[in-house]
Write a new protein. Sequence first.
Lengths: 373, 110
Amino acid sequence: MSGLLQEMTEKAQRLNIPFNVQLDLTYRCNERCVHCYLDHDDHGEMSTAEIKHLMDEMAEAGVFILTLSGGEIFLRKDFFELLEHARRLMFCVKLKTNAVLIREREAARIRDLGVESVQISIYSHRPEVHDGITLIPGSLKRSVDAIRFLKSQGLRVIIANVLMRQNMQDYPGVRALAAELGVECTLDPTITPMMDGNRSTLDLGVDQSTLRQVFRDTALVGDTDEFCAIPAPAGESELESTPCSAGHTACYVSPYGEVFPCVQFPLSTGNVRQQRFVDIWRDSDQMKEVRSIRLKDLTTCPSCTHVGSCTRCPGLAYLEGNMRGPSSQDCEKSFVRTGIPSANMLAKKHAAVNQARNLVQIRTLPNFAGATA
Amino acid sequence: MSRLYMARNPKVAARGLDGEMMIMSGRDSTLFTLNKTATILWQSADGTTPLDEIVERRICADFEVEPAEALHDAESLARELASHEILQISEEPIPPRNAAAGESRTGESQ
């Protein structure tokens, strides 16, 4: 984040302004990615008029960055009408898409409308791996063709590469593909539980040895000694800080109008079909609760070595059962990065040892004792 | 003396934050913040009102400044904003562009 953007974000936080919002236009999708956390059936998406009205409310509330995502956004027949409306309101618009429906004409229209960036999911440079994850034959070719169309229009394109067991050896190939296409590339090893709480998708996450390899890849992290260094103890000001931007400067709105602190934090705070967006943002009890949490208020983390440098996601912690608790995925990342187990990992180990002790505890039974006397 | 006209570039993103305009360039995503005077120019840049009228009505009326000096400074500012492709400037009125964004909005929020 640039210095000025950081400064503006901090100002927005002081003024309680939702600076950055992700709006999912639909959960419908033309791919069936094996790790996806969404239910793709349409349970009553907002209409064109409802979304335009919501955008008007967001602009009034001060939203600057608006990310349009899904599902697959291009499955909405009114997509360009909504995008035009968003740009008329002068949002900084970012798109997240699999891009399989973007051809030359769509790319030119996106350019004309002044979209800031287009993020496209690419899982592998090998069709058999990428298409094996999306479950759609030919999807890699379609997405890569779309990247070329968008680049030819001068648009900023970012490849998003989610790392999982199926594609864990392919990220260097994806990075090489990105370099060949002249686009940026991000790598994310986070797999999210499904929105209904089903955690089966987590089995797709990479093991610790792959994560260790990623965290020691200088092409990704730069100076590995610095990246993997044991963090300095957190000071008082760090413990007084907020865990992340969710509910502070950012939030998420589902295609059904429900507002959440973040796309990865399924705590409903209200619905724009019943209340004004800004009223939910400012006054919902759930949003206020999320906003009240400081690092020092967390259950296990304040005593953890990693508290000042951890990427702990409050949403993932919430999905584990406690928004003030640790997020095990992030504990694991901190451990793999530095070799130092987190306080949560140590507490779990301690509990497991105690449980094992209880299982083998030997009590002297009176009859048995009598028999040996 | 020729007159200068200004229009907001519809390719930028813009939002008011606590009385200050944030503008993100459509060319390279560079972020700018406009001070009070520049914000007035941005808000007034409708393509049809000449800069000298804007200065007279919106700047000299609110700030204690000589009209000639204010116009000189405003012209410099308008040219600088144009160099970053935030504003378009011309010695002729600028008709609304066909692009969808920005023809009537200034990006102001509550």
